[in-house]
Design a protein around this ligand. Structure first.
Ligand code: NAP
Length: 314
């Protein structure tokens, strides 16, 4: 077994954990305190997922730590400032999941607009002979507002163009090279959108960016789709807006307190729910694992890292 020692930050998917354990001495995330203290001086890397939490306390308890390799593009659970302060580099897996998350987003938009999960339930419950479902709504040609215009948003926009959607966005800055309409706030964008799709990072900078005011601006015919992080949407405000008919519906892949989903959302027929599956295909997860392992291998070989997070780029 390799003498290189790596700590798992959380329970990792077997697809990531198995090759890690084959290459390195891999400690599980739930190592007891005594065993962790014994191994701490030798642990050179943390292997994390996009949902892992890596605190300053953990980082500072590992004196030999060099790298935190996140298998995911979002790294809002990692205390990057604490890592940087210690000279520890954080890497993630951007780009290789753009297509998948964009495909999932268009799928969720179609599911909520055309009520496909309800249609499936209708047939399975044997209700078709009793009559048709209520008419649903058209997605092609509708107005799409993207909150965030990064790697994944661009892939969503390209797909939406094939649906003849009118595309607008908000971000921290306007993108002069893109043909889409820019609004300088989520509320202004929401007022001009039929579908408001949230695809920003999580963390302090975007916490509750989608609040009651944005939902009011989206209006009674508007649909919210969140594929970013649960923290970006004020979930209580969203539930209130759905219950009051302030907005028409929602499709949600992410939640404030995963894997727990508020019963109020489960009970609403105009909401489509998914268990954080944006990138969850065999092909895309393998590409993410390969990149996360590639960053570890590069670090241990003294080679340039493949995909450090922006804060850790030289
Ligand atoms: P990215 O390329 O870094 O793009 C992020 C975009 O968000 C940028 O356009 C940025 O604006 C914008 N943004 C950041 N803070 C903002 C704010 N306060 N207000 C408005 N816009 C803001 O990231 P990406 O690769 O597209 O990934 C985006 C996120 O998707 C990830 O961080 C992750 O949280 C989420 N995600 C979810 C899943 C899933 O399974 N559901 C899978 C993958 C990723 P500027 O361009 O102006 O800087």
């Amino acid at each position: 077994m390799s003498t290189l020692e790596v700590l798992a930050a959380s329970k990792l998917a077997p697809m990531y954990a198995t090759p890690l354990a084959a290459r390195y001495t891999l400690y599980p995330h739930d190592l007891d305190a005594a065993a962790l203290a014994e191994a701490a001086p030798r642990i050179r890397a943390i292997a994390a997922s996009g949902e892992s939490k890596v605190s300053a306390a953990l980082i500072n308890s590992l004196p030999a730590l060099e790298l935190i390799s996140v298998m995911g593009v979002g790294y809002d659970g990692i205390d990057v400032a604490a890592a940087k302060a210690r000279g520890v580099v954080v890497t993630h897996t951007p780009d290789v999941l753009n297509d998948e998350v964009a495909d999932t987003t268009l799928g969720l938009m179609l599911c909520v607009a055309r009520q496909l999960p309800a249609a499936d339930r209708h047939v399975r419950a044997g209700l078709w002979p009793q009559g048709p479902l209520p008419l649903s709504r058209k997605m092609s040609g509708a107005r799409l507002g993207l909150v965030g215009m990064g790697r994944i948003a661009k892939a969503i926009a390209r797909r939406a163009q094939a649906f003849d959607m009118a595309i607008a966005y908000t971000a921290r800055s306007a993108k002069a090279d893109l043909p889409y309409t820019y609004y300088d706030s989520p509320a202004k964008l929401a007022a001009q959108s039929d579908f408001l799709v949230v695809i920003t990072p999580g963390g302090a900078g975007t916490r509750k960016l989608i609040d009651a005011e944005v939902l009011r601006a989206l209006g009674p015919n508007g649909i919210l789709v969140n594929v970013a992080r649960g923290s970006v949407v004020d979930e209580a405000a969203l539930i209130a807006a759905l219950q009051a008919g302030t907005i028409a519906g929602a499709a949600l892949d992410v939640f404030e307190n995963e894997p727990h989903v508020p019963q109020a959302l489960i009970d609403m027929p105009n909401v489509v729910l998914a268990p954080h599956i944006g990138s969850a295909t065999v092909q895309t997860r393998q590409a993410m694992v390969d990149l996360a392992l590639g960053n570890l291998a590069a670090q241990f070989a003294g080679q340039p890292l493949l995909s450090p997070v922006p804060e850790c780029r030289a």
